[in-house]
Design a protein around this ligand. Structure first.
Ligand SMILES: [Zn+2]
Length: 166
């Protein structure tokens, strides 16, 4: 049963209840007043219940739509994470980087490993220069990592490796 069907069912229930109340009001003689009042009350309760059901149903439907959206985002992440690899970027520091380098003028950001493992892509941003490293900070979780930076001949230990520009 689809969401629309469900709504239709509840709404037609409410309409039926309202129609019943209207016909009871038209009844004369055959049904005594006390019985009519009692029926009116019961049907009124029924309509209230169905209206509450409709509201709760709407909440459920919205929540379901949210979940579907979140699920789609997670699936997308799972597919895309194949393109990333965890790399040692500096002393005791790791970050996720894209496996295949695209065009040379394309930015190749380092992604926070902590956030990445929680299925969130957060680009590490330059925070400050340190003695032999640059400090990168994740603005999502606040963690920092060190990335080896070339500062003169003493730290040129990895020739051929392009220097990061951030
Ligand atoms: Zn982070």
């Amino acid at each position: 049963m689809g969401w629309t069907d469900g709504f239709g069912l509840i709404n037609s229930g409410i309409d039926t209840g309202k129609a019943l109340v209207a016909s009871i009001k038209k009844l004369t003689g055959a049904v005594d007043q006390e019985m009519r009042n009692d029926l009116n009350l019961k049907i009124g309760d029924l309509i209230d219940t169905m209206q509450r059901m409709r509201d709760e149903f709407a909440l459920l439907r919205d929540r379901f739509a949210d979940l579907e959206r979140e699920n789609a985002q997670l699936r997308e992440f799972e597919i895309d994470r194949e393109n990333y690899v965890l790399e040692a970027i500096g002393p005791h520091s790791t970050a996720y980087v894209r496996k295949t380098a695209g065009a040379s003028n394309e930015a190749h950001p380092h992604l926070c490993a902590h956030c990445f493992d929680r299925k969130e892509k957060s680009i590490l941003q330059f925070e400050k220069h340190d003695a032999r490293t640059d400090v990168l900070k994740c603005h999502a979780c606040g963690s920092t990592v060190h990335i080896s930076a070339d500062r003169g001949p003493s730290v040129l230990s990895a020739p051929g490796r392009p220097r990061a520009i951030w």
